[in-house]
Design a protein around this ligand. Structure first.
Ligand SMILES: Nc1ncnc2c1ncn2[C@@H]1O[C@H](COP(=O)(O)OP(=O)(O)OP(=O)(O)O)[C@@H](O)[C@H]1O
Ligand SMILES: [Mg+2]
Length: 162
C-alpha cells in the first residue's frame, strides 16, 4: 500500500472574480522509505501541493490518502518542516510540538533532548531562533518534525529557512 497517494488532484485559487487552476489532475504515489523531490518553475504549484498533502490547504477535487485513508486535515502521521516559533528556544520549539502531539511534560523534555542530540545541537538547546544560523534553525525544525515520529516528512525548500 502506498504511504501517500494523491490522485486526480485539482486545486484552484480565487483571485478577485476569477478562479485560477494551479494544480490540474495531479497524481503522486509515495511508498515506504521513498524520498521524492518535486522540482518545477517558480509558481508552478509545489508549495500548494505540499500544503495540501500536509492537510493545511483544501482542494477542489481528487483523493489525498495516507495508508489508504483519506486525510481530513493536518495529522501526526505527517511531519512538516516549518519555520520555528521565534519566542521559544530550540528545545522549547521541539517540546511544544510534542506537547501538542499529546506527550507528557517529562517525556517531551527527554524526547526534545534526544532530538537536539540527533541534529548535533545539544549546546544550543536554550538558544532562541534569532541566535541560530540558518542551517541550525533548519536542523531544529527537522528535529521538531521528526520528534513525534511521523510516517511522512514534508519539507518545502528547508534550505531557505530563515
Ligand atoms: N493563497 C493564494 N491565493 C491565490 N493564489 C495563490 C495562493 N497561494 C499560491 N497562489 C498561486 O498559486 C500558484 C502556485 O504557487 P506555489 O506557492 O504553490 O508555487 P511554488 O511552485 O511553490 O513556487 P516557488 O518555487 O516560487 O516557491 C502561484 O501562481 C501563486 O500565485
Ligand atoms: Mg514554493
Amino acid at each position: 500500500m502506498a504511504t501517500l497517494e494523491i490522485k486526480h488532484l485539482h486545486k484552484s485559487y480565487a483571485t478577485g472574480k476569477q478562479r485560477r487552476e494551479v494544480l490540474h489532475n495531479i497524481d503522486l504515489t509515495l511508498k515506504d522509505n521513498e524520498f521524492v523531490s518535486i522540482v518545477g518553475t517558480s509558481g508552478c504549484g509545489k508549495s500548494t501541493l505540499l500544503s495540501i498533502a500536509a492537510g493545511l490547504e483544501d482542494f477542489d477535487s481528487g483523493i489525498v490518502a495516507v495508508d489508504g485513508k483519506p486525510i481530513t486535515g493536518a495529522g501526526l502521521d505527517r511531519g512538516v518542516v516549518y519555520t520555528l516559533l521565534p519566542w521559544l528556544t530550540a528545545r522549547q520549539n521541539i517540546e511544544f510540538a510534542l506537547r501538542a502531539a499529546g506527550y507528557g511534560r517529562g517525556e517531551s523534555f527527554d524526547l526534545a533532548d534526544q532530538h537536539l542530540q540527533l541534529v548535533n545541537l545539544m549546546e544550543f538547546g536554550d538558544a532562541y531562533p534569532s541566535e541560530l544560523s540558518g542551517g541550525m534553525k533548519q536542523r531544529v525544525a527537522i528535529a521538531r518534525a521528526l520528534s513525534y515520529r511521523p510516517k511522512i516528512l514534508l519539507m518545502d525548500e528547508p534550505h531557505w529557512m530563515r
